[in-house]
Structure formats: structure tokens, C-alpha cells
Design a protein around this ligand. Structure first.
Ligand SMILES: *Cc1c(COP(=O)(O)O)cnc(C)c1O
Length: 395
């Protein structure tokens, strides 16, 4: 008899991963997340982080985190509904509300938690959720937790969205259209003005997950809604505090009514301890920095444009990104993995993204340029792309 504690069914699946060539070890970063990092003991240029503004290891954020620890301690000590709701959390929501130019903002421990908690709280049986086919995994999971019915529309296809609305809207009480603001694999922006127009035509609500738009698009990084001037017309505006903002956490910005309801019914807030004070303190500082000046977002866009242009001139296929996300499309899966590996051996860390994360035959390395990169670092990265590209006969 086999021993149940050996978890043989998992061992078999792990063997399958190895056979498929997708088993991996996590890279280990020694020190802070910077433009250049020590990875597995080697110094490399980092083109893989979501630390768009270079805030993750910024002295002002670190100082604010330390001050919050001194005043409030290491942990919140309870869920918000009991006694974990500190004045620093209230302060964070207040400044987020102003930054997002909405009536209210409600924080979660992560962007993932925000989708897992919000979607199920704002929908119920008899409602319909309509979701873009390329929406993030946390939206997919969030939708699964809802008792509403679900339909998918083709990626950024407004005609297909209208077809779904036309065929189904009458059968449901409420309808909620969900889309990423910026799609992280290709760097394309949702067609939000068209989506919002359709939503209003069919009396549907809109929900935009702006994880890759927050701190990137709009005035000083206020996000996709601000970028398109759609304040007041998107009901639920989700952001993460873990990417451009450089810390950890998520939020939904919108109306006071939304805030009141989530405050009573969002399960990650009722059943999970709120974010630590250090995180709240650092985020408040980050938002102050963005509201003081556009220098960080300006530098991000300037660097991204510089890097994209140089790669394009060399002849790489950088896809149709409209944001600092810069995919370099290689195609075949194994070749893409090899390209990423060779870049790393030559001092540039940029992760390979292949099927099933993206369609088969569209393997790519996804470069994340940040405000923290110097032109010299970007030049060195471009030279490495050229060298490896020529060696592998991609160029
Ligand atoms: C990264 C991401 C999240 C998760 O955010 P975390 O704060 O890292 O949990 C949610 N939605 C989208 C679209 C993302 O890209």
C-alpha cells in the first residue's frame, strides 16, 4: 500500500512539468528591486520588474515605511472591522481618493484580493458579468466566486461586446462589463471610451482593472480612466499598489455608495488582516510624490520610447504596445526560452513568456522599462539584444 502522505499524485504532475520543459526554479534577488540587480549571484540589468517608477527601493518610501513602523508597529493586529483599521489606513484611502479624482477609494491587501473580493460583492444571481477574454487571472478567479452568470467577449472587440449585450442584456437585472485597463502581455490599452459608451447604451456598469495603468497612464499616473477623461463614467476603477506604486496592496476607486457596501461585504476585508502600516505609510509617500510632480511618469515614458525606438531600428518585432511594456516577439517557444537565457548569460534579465500564457507561436521576451533605468543601462541592454539576436539569427 502506498503512503498517502507521499503526495504521489502531485509528484506525478511535477514529473509531467519536467517532461514538458516548463519546470522552473525561482530566480533569487539579493537586495532591492533596482534597474541593476544581483540575481543568482550575478550583476544584471533588470528588464523584468513591474517597478515602473523605481519606487520599490526609493529612499522617500523607505523612510515613510520606517516612520509608520515606529508609530503604528509591524502589523495591523486584526481585520479592519475589529480593530485593525488604523488612522494611517484612513489617511491612505483619503489621499487615494484625491489622487484618483473619485468620490471614494477602498483598499485591499493586494490587487489580487481586490478582484477576488469586489466582483463577488457587487454582483449576485440574476446578474450578468461580461469579461474580456484576455482579462487577468485574478479577474477570472473573482468572476468564478460570483453567483452571477458569465459571458466572454473577444479581446478588445467592441462589436463582439455589443453582440453579447444585445443577445443577453434583457435577461438580467444588472450587467457588469469587466476589462483590464492595460493588457500586460502586449501593452495595449482597453478601448475604454467605446466600452463606456456601449455600457451606457445598454445600462451596464463598468469595471476596469488598471494594475498596469496605475502610475503609468493619465496625469501623473492617475490611470486609464484619467487618460481618457472618463471620470464619473466608470463605476469600479481598480488599481494595484504593488506595481508602479512600488509597495503592496490594491484598491477600488469609485462612488461613496460602492465604498459603503464594500465596507460591509468585501470578504478579504472582513476575514483577512489589513495591510501593514509600513506599506500604508510608503504608499502615502508615493502618492504625494506623484501629486507633487510628473517627473517620475515623464522619465518612465521617455525611457520606454527611447528603448522601443532603438529595438525597432535594429529590426526586432516589438508588437503593438501603447505603453512602456515592450514585448520583443520571437515566435517559437523553445527559441524564445533560449533567447531569454542567452540575454541573461550576457547580463540582461528579461523573462520569456510563452504558450499557454500567450498564443502558441507568439513567444516573446517582455521588457519592462522603468523610470529608474539610465540611458547608459538601456544602451547596454540594446547592445546585448543586438549581439544575441545576431548570434541566434533572429536579426
Ligand atoms: C498584477 C495584476 C493584479 C494583481 O495585483 P497584485 O497587487 O500584485 O496582487 C491584478 N490585476 C492585473 C490586471 C494585474 O496585472
Amino acid at each position: 500500500m502506498t503512503n498517502v502522505h507521499e503526495l504521489n499524485y502531485l509528484k506525478e504532475k511535477i514529473e509531467d512539468l519536467k517532461k514538458e520543459g516548463v519546470y522552473r526554479k525561482l530566480p533569487i534577488l539579493e537586495g532591492g528591486n533596482e534597474a541593476e540587480i544581483i540575481l543568482n549571484g550575478e550583476k544584471v540589468i533588470n528588464l523584468s520588474s513591474n517597478n515602473y517608477l523605481g519606487f520599490a527601493n526609493h529612499p522617500r518610501l523607505k523612510k515613510a515605511a520606517i516612520e509608520a513602523v515606529e508609530k503604528y508597529g509591524a502589523g495591523a493586529g486584526a481585520v479592519r472591522t475589529i480593530v485593525g483599521n488604523m488612522s494611517i489606513h484612513e489617511e491612505l484611502e483619503e489621499i487615494l481618493t484625491r489622487f484618483k479624482r473619485e468620490e471614494a477609494a477602498f483598499i485591499y491587501q493586494s490587487g489580487f484580493n481586490c478582484n477576488a473580493g469586489t466582483i463577488q460583492a457587487i454582483t449576485e444571481k440574476g446578474d450578468l458579468i461580461i469579461s474580456d477574454e484576455l482579462n487577468h487571472a485574478s479577474i477570472i478567479d473573482g468572476v468564478r466566486l460570483s453567483k452571477a452568470d458569465k459571458k466572454i467577449f473577444k479581446h478588445s472587440d467592441i462589436d463582439d461586446l455589443e453582440r453579447v449585450l444585445k443577445e443577453n442584456r434583457d435577461k438580467y437585472r444588472n450587467a457588469l462589463i469587466i476589462t483590464d485597463g492595460v493588457f500586460s502581455m502586449d501593452g495595449d490599452i482597453a478601448k475604454l471610451p467605446e466600452i463606456v459608451d456601449l455600457a451606457e447604451k445598454y445600462e451596464a456598469m463598468t469595471y476596469v482593472d488598471d494594475a498596469h495603468g496605475s502610475g503609468v497612464l493619465g496625469e501623473s499616473g492617475r490611470g486609464t480612466v484619467d487618460h481618457f477623461g472618463l471620470h464619473g463614467r466608470v463605476d469600479f476603477s481598480i488599481g494595484t499598489l504593488s506595481k508602479a506604486i512600488g509597495v503592496v496592496g490594491g484598491y477600488v476607486a469609485g462612488s461613496k455608495t460602492m465604498y459603503e457596501w464594500l465596507n460591509h461585504r468585501a470578504r478579504p476585508v472582513l476575514f483577512s488582516t489589513t495591510m501593514p502600516p509600513a506599506a500604508a505609510g510608503a504608499i502615502i509617500e508615493a502618492l504625494k510624490m506623484l501629486m507633487e510632480s510628473t517627473e517620475y511618469t515623464d522619465r518612465l515614458w521617455d525611457n520606454a520610447k527611447y528603448f522601443k525606438e532603438k529595438l525597432g531600428t535594429l529590426g526586432f518585432d516589438t508588437g503593438h504596445s501603447e505603453t512602456p511594456i515592450t514585448p520583443v516577439i520571437i515566435g517559437e517557444e523553445a527559441k524564445t526560452m533560449e533567447f531569454s537565457q542567452k540575454l541573461l548569460e550576457n547580463g540582461v534579465f528579461v523573462s520569456a513568456i510563452v504558450f499557454p500564457t500567450v498564443p502558441r507561436g507568439t513567444g516573446r521576451v517582455r521588457c519592462m522599462v522603468t523610470a529608474g533605468h539610465t540611458k547608459e543601462q538601456l544602451d547596454r541592454a540594446v547592445d546585448t539584444f543586438k549581439k544575441v539576436g545576431e548570434e541566434m539569427r533572429i536579426l
